[in-house]
Design a protein around this ligand. Structure first.
Ligand SMILES: [Zn+2]
Ligand SMILES: [Zn+2]
Length: 550
C-alpha cells in the first residue's frame, strides 16, 4: 500500500528512514517496526499503555550500551547520549522531514550571533544576502568573492568565542576552510548551529526530524526577515515620501562598501574637532521631514550624523536648492508648498531649524491624513503612494566618486529586472510603511500638531468621497491587503505574492488615483499656506540650538 503523502513527510526522508533502520550502526535498536509493519521512528517518553509503552526507556538503554562500547562514559559525561548519536551517524547529514533538504548534523551553519557580528562590517551591503542554512565554508567563500581579501582580517573577530582560541591562520580561503572543518566546527562553537539538533532517544537516529531549514516555521515562528541584512534602515521607510528609494538604497550600500569612500572625510571636518572615518551616508534633506529618496548623499562621520537628528542646517538647505536648480525633485508632493514658500528664508542655523520644525508639523498633518485614509480601508490607494515600481530596475552608477564630501556620478544606468530580491524589497516597503502608519498614531508623546481649517477639511472630504466611489474597483484588493497586514505575524509569502502583483493593478488605476490625489494635494497646499503664516510664531522661533526634532 502506497499513500500519496506518507507519514514520514518528504520522500527523501522516508528513504533515509528506511536506510537508517537497516543500517548496522543501529542493530539491536528496540522495536524498530510497529504492529502494522511501519517504521517506529518516534519513541515518545509519555506513552502510558500499549505494546510499545516502554520503547523510549528501552531505547535509552540501547544508547547507553552503545556509548559504553564507544568508550563514552554515561556516568561522567552529561552529553554522552548526543555525543553517541553524532558519532554513530553513518552519513553526517540527513534530509529534513518537512522539505527534504539535506543538512549536516555538525555545527557548521551560521546563527544569529554570527549574523549580528557580520552586519556590523562596513562592507556588507544589500547585494549580500545571508542564509541560516549555508555552510560556513560556503559563506566565507562567497564573502571572499564579493569583498576580497579584507575579509580574512575580520574572520577572527567574527568567529571568536570565549571557549575557542583562534590561532593565526594564513590569509587564504583554503587555510580558513581547513581550520573551520578540522578545528572550529568540531568544537561546536557558539557562533554556529547544527543542521539538525540531537534528541535521542526520541527519534530513531537520535536527531530532530525537522532540520534547521524548517525549524524556523515549525517551532519558533521566527520570520526570515530577522536573518536578512539590509542597507537601508527601516526608519526611512516609515515615512511615505516620494522618490527612487531603490537607487538611494543602492547608493547607500556603495557608500558603505565601496573602497573609494573609505578615506573620505566628514563634510564638517574643516570646522575642526573629531570626525572619525569611514563616513556614513546622510540624506541631505531628512526623509522624516518629507524630502525625497534620492541617490545623493553627504558624507558625515558617525558623530555628526547622529547629532543631526532630523533637522537641517543652512548648508543642507543650500545643497538641496542647488540640486533642485539642477532639475531634481527634492521634496515630496505633500510638502512642496511650505518648502517652496520658505526655502529662501532658511539662511542660518536658527531659520533652518525653524523650517525643519514647520516641515515636521507638515509631515504630522500628512501622516494624520494617511491614517484617516487607512481607517476607511483604502489600502490600494495608499499603496499607490509607495512607488513600488522603483524596485523593477537594476542600477549602475557610472564614475561614482565623492566631490566636496558629496556623492557624485556621471550617469545612472537603469535596466529592467524581475528578481526575487525586487519582490522582497517591495514587500519590505509595503510592510514597513503600513505597519508604521498604524504605529505612528499609537505613540502618545508627539509634540507636533495637525494643521486644519475649513478649506483643508473640504478638500479631504472630497478626496475621501472619490475614494468611496472608486471602491467598486478597489474593494477586493483593499480587503486582501488589509487582511495580510492586520495579521500580527504577517505572512511573508502572502506579502510577496501581493508585492509582485500589486504594481500592475496600480498602473491600471493610475488615472483614477491621480485625480483623487489632486484633492489631497490641494489640502496639503492649504496646510503649507497655514504653516507659512506661522513662520514668526513662538512655536517655531524659539529653539535650543541642539533641539531634537522628532
Ligand atoms: Zn526543511
Ligand atoms: Zn563629522
Amino acid at each position: 500500500m502506497i499513500k500519496k503523502k506518507p507519514k514520514y513527510g518528504d520522500d527523501a526522508f522516508l528513504k533515509y528512514a528506511k536506510v537508517i533502520v537497516e543500517h548496522p550502526n543501529y542493530i539491536g535498536m528496540p522495536d524498530p517496526i510497529g504492529e502494522r509493519g511501519e517504521i517506529q521512528w518516534e519513541a515518545p517518553s509519555n506513552r502510558k499503555s500499549g505494546k510499545f509503552k516502554d520503547t523510549h526507556h528501552r531505547r535509552r538503554e540501547w544508547w547507553r550500551q552503545k556509548a559504553i562500547s564507544l568508550g563514552i562514559d554515561p556516568a561522567s559525561d552529561s552529553t554522552w547520549i548526543s555525543k553517541t548519536a553524532k558519532m554513530i551517524h553513518p552519513f553526517g547529514s540527513k534530509p529534513c522531514k518537512t522539505c527534504g533538504k539535506e543538512l549536516n548534523i555538525a555545527y557548521c551553519y551560521p546563527n544569529e550571533h554570527f549574523f549580528k557580528r557580520l552586519k556590523k562590517l562596513a562592507y556588507i551591503d544589500d547585494t549580500f544576502e545571508v542564509s541560516e542554512v549555508e555552510h560556513i565554508c560556503d559563506l566565507i567563500a562567497r564573502m571572499e568573492k564579493h569583498f576580497g581579501n579584507r575579509i580574512f582580517a575580520d574572520l577572527p573577530n567574527l568567529l571568536a568565542t570565549s571557549s575557542i582560541n583562534i590561532p593565526p591562520v594564513e590569509n587564504s580561503l583554503k587555510s580558513w576552510q581547513h581550520f573551520l572543518t578540522r578545528t572550529y566546527i568540531p568544537q561546536e562553537p557558539r557562533m554556529l548551529s547544527p543542521g539538525a539538533m540531537s534528541n535521542p532517544p526520541d527519534r530513531f537516529d537520535g536527531f530532530h526530524s525537522f532540520n534547521r531549514c524548517c525549524r524556523a516555521t515549525s517551532d519558533t515562528g521566527r520570520s526570515k526577515e530577522n536573518l536578512k541584512t539590509y542597507v537601508t534602515d527601516r526608519r526611512v521607510f516609515e515615512y511615505w515620501v516620494d522618490g527612487d528609494w531603490v537607487a538611494a538604497d543602492r547608493l547607500m550600500g556603495q557608500v558603505r562598501s565601496n573602497a573609494i569612500f573609505e578615506k573620505e572625510e566628514c563634510f564638517n571636518a574643516q570646522q575642526g574637532g573629531v570626525h572619525p572615518i569611514p563616513c556614513q551616508a546622510d540624506h541631505i534633506g531628512p526623509i522624516s521631514l518629507g524630502f525625497t529618496h534620492r541617490p545623493q548623499f553627504q558624507l558625515l562621520c558617525k558623530i555628526c550624523n547622529s547629532g543631526k537628528n532630523n533637522r537641517m542646517y543652512a548648508s543642507d538647505v543650500a545643497l538641496l536648492k542647488e540640486s533642485e536648480a539642477g532639475g531634481e525633485k527634492v521634496i515630496s508632493w505633500f510638502a512642496t508648498q511650505i518648502w517652496d514658500l520658505r526655502k529662501n528664508s532658511a539662511t542660518n542655523t536658527e531659520t533652518s531649524i525653524r523650517l525643519s520644525k514647520l516641515l515636521r508639523d507638515n509631515r504630522h498633518t500628512y501622516m494624520s491624513l494617511l491614517k484617516r485614509i487607512l481607517d476607511e480601508n483604502h489600502h490600494t490607494f495608499l499603496a499607490s503612494l509607495l512607488y513600488l515600481e522603483a524596485a523593477d530596475f537594476d542600477l549602475e552608477f557610472v564614475k561614482l566618486r565623492a566631490e566636496n564630501h558629496i556623492t557624485k556620478y556621471d550617469q545612472l544606468l537603469r535596466s529592467s529586472r524581475t528578481t526575487k530580491y525586487a519582490v522582497e524589497q517591495k514587500s519590505r516597503r509595503i510592510r514597513i510603511a503600513f505597519s508604521s502608519l498604524a504605529e505612528y498614531h499609537r505613540k502618545e508623546n508627539r509634540s507636533a500638531y495637525v494643521i486644519s481649517n475649513a478649506r483643508i477639511e473640504e478638500e479631504i472630504a472630497r478626496g475621501l468621497a472619490e475614494l468611496q466611489t472608486a471602491k467598486s474597483i478597489t474593494l477586493d484588493l483593499d480587503k486582501q491587503i488589509g487582511k495580510i497586514l492586520e495579521d500580527k505575524n504577517i505572512s511573508e509569502e502572502d506579502l510577496r505574492t501581493l508585492a509582485s502583483t500589486l504594481p500592475k493593478v496600480l498602473t491600471s488605476h493610475s488615472k483614477t488615483f491621480a485625480s483623487i490625489r489632486t484633492h489631497f494635494e490641494n489640502a496639503m497646499t492649504e496646510v503649507g499656506n497655514e504653516l507659512n503664516k506661522m513662520w514668526d510664531d513662538d512655536r517655531y522661533v524659539r529653539s535650543a540650538p541642539d533641539e531634537i526634532i522628532e
